[in-house]
Design a protein around this ligand. Structure first.
Ligand code: SAH
Ligand code: SF4
Ligand code: F3S
Length: 437
């Protein structure tokens, strides 16, 4: 059997796409390998959201391409960076056989078959009509307790810092029946938690008159037998309607955690980012959600040092952190991205050292807040859905609460997939430790 090695960088969407490629190639008789030296096909699924993830491709290919001198191996670059860099990657890496974007994932079989005789470049975006969301279930994902399910591809927003619309094209919603079929297939294989994926899940279906909305979809997924926890990402603060708020009242399987990227706490910066909400509106959404789901925990994304961000603007981000008390966040320095509108604002660039100091200030306060909240949980009993053995300690298993806290506690692998009441004994910045209660 030919063997395929897939390296994945980037977000959950790329993880999901890699899973689909594994599933499709598996159907064509490929076996998966974890050993590069053993692979007949090597695919790297790339991310372009900041400069750093882009650099990872270069070091990875530095390891892979020398292999081509020794034996026949097909090397392909997939994902967001392939989508924007396209043909230029062949110039930079003449040994690469395949370059294709996220929209070509469903054609992975043909592309891999063609590559040994002819280079393949496929970075075209496919439109609305019959967008091929592959239905094959990734066997590996199905072996887990928690799995992703794409509900939407692309993004119609144009946040000025963001390259994603250029890498993934316009938004297309996946038909409800397809989503439900995949959720059911996963649930039948033992998956208990699904995370619905899209760049802006709240706008699901809105482009087509009469199409079910995101809230309708949540309600339909809630009906699927075997699914016990529903999560979703990413949600845009502007688009969370009352119908979604109501879901937090009506749907007990909907997790008490929401990742709601705010990017900045300053209205001036939000305007320059073209996020189309104010800090006050953001706080209003949080308040409405917590009114119906008091234990709802929030996490967020922050960009530090967006062009023109002043000390006062950044203080607004710090005060928003205090106001919401986010339990976790992904925070990064602004990274200029080719072709994005914010490049025009670079005359106002924040000096690197200032940006870095702000980032460290944010991250250190974020850590403190998480620790304070986790300390406050010591002594409480949390219901934990066990996901698997701890990566570090023998005899320890790990799972998550509905609020997305990772809890490590003594246990055995046969508890995987069960809900265990756990008394919290210690809080760390990112995890909790406990004992079965
Ligand atoms: N669709 C999601 C985010 C996708 S990109 C949303 O709208 O929230 C994931 C995160 O990467 C963003 O939330 C943002 O915080 C970060 N990001 C995107 N472009 C960036 C850039 N140019 N520099 C730094 N961070 C960036
Ligand atoms: Fe990028 Fe904005 Fe779309 Fe998110 S909503 S993917 S940040 S353009
Ligand atoms: Fe995800 Fe990176 Fe693309 S964050 S959408 S893989 S640019």
């Amino acid at each position: 059997m030919p063997r395929v090695f897939i390296k994945t960088f980037g977000c959950q969407m790329n993880e999901y796409d890699s899973g689909k490629m594994r599933a499709l190639l598996g159907r064509d008789g490929f076996e998966r390998t974890e050993d590069l030296a053993d692979a007949d096909v090597v695919l790297v699924n790339t991310c372009s959201v900041r400069e750093k993830p882009e650099q990872k491709l270069h070091s990875f290919l530095g390891r892979v391409l020398p292999m081509k001198r020794q034996r026949r191996v097909t090397v392909g670059i997939a994902g967001c960076m392939a989508s924007v860099a396209g043909e230029s990657l062949f110039k930079r890496y003449p040994q690469v056989d395949l370059v294709f974007g996220p929209d070509a994932v469903s054609r992975i079989g043909e592309m891999v078959a063609t590559a040994p005789t002819q280079r393949v470049l496929d970075t075209e975006f496919l439109g609305e009509a019959g967008y091929p969301f592959p239905s094959e279930v990734d066997p590996e994902a199905a072996g887990r307790i928690s799995s992703f399910v794409t509900i939407q591809k692309g993004c119609d927003n144009r946040c000025t810092f963001c390259i994603v619309p250029a890498t993934r094209g316009d938004e297309v919603s996946r038909p409800v029946a397809d989503v439900l079929a995949e959720v059911r297939a996963l649930a039948e294989r033992g998956v208990k938690e699904v995370t619905l994926l899209g760049q802006n899940v709240n706008s699901y279906g809105l482009k087509i008159a009469g199409h079910p909305s995101f809230a309708d979809l949540l309600r339909a997924v809630h009906e699927v037998e075997g699914v016990e926890v529903i999560r979703y990402t990413t949600s845009h603060p502007r688009d969370i309607g009352d119908d979604v708020v109501d879901c937090y009242k009506d749907l007990p399987k909907l997790a008490s955690h929401l990742h709601l990227p705010v990017q900045s706490g300053s209205n001036r910066v939000l305007r320059r980012m073209k996020r189309f909400y104010t800090r006050e509106q953001y706080l209003g959404v949080v308040e409405r959600l917590q009114a119906v789901r008091p234990d709802l925990v929030l996490s967020t994304d922050i960009i530090c040092g967006f062009p023109g961000e002043s000390d006062a603007d950044f203080d607004d981000t710090m005060s928003l952190l205090e106001a919401v008390r986010f339990q976790a966040s992904f925070s990064f320095n602004y990274s200029p991205r080719p072709g994005t509108p914010a490049l025009k604002l670079l005359d106002d660039a924040v000096p690197a050292a200032v940006m870095q100091a702000r980032l460290e200030r944010f991250q250190s306060r974020q850590r403190e807040i998480a620790l304070e909240s986790h300390d406050a949980l010591v002594g409480s009993v949390q219901q934990v859905l066990v996901e698997g053995p701890s990566a570090h300690d023998e005899g320890v298993i790990c799972g998550r609460t509905s609020t997305f806290k990772t809890v490590n506690f003594p246990g055995t692998p046969n508890q995987v997939g069960r809900w265990i009441p756990v008394r919290v004994t210690r809080g760390f910045a990112n995890t909790l430790r406990g004992e079965p209660a």
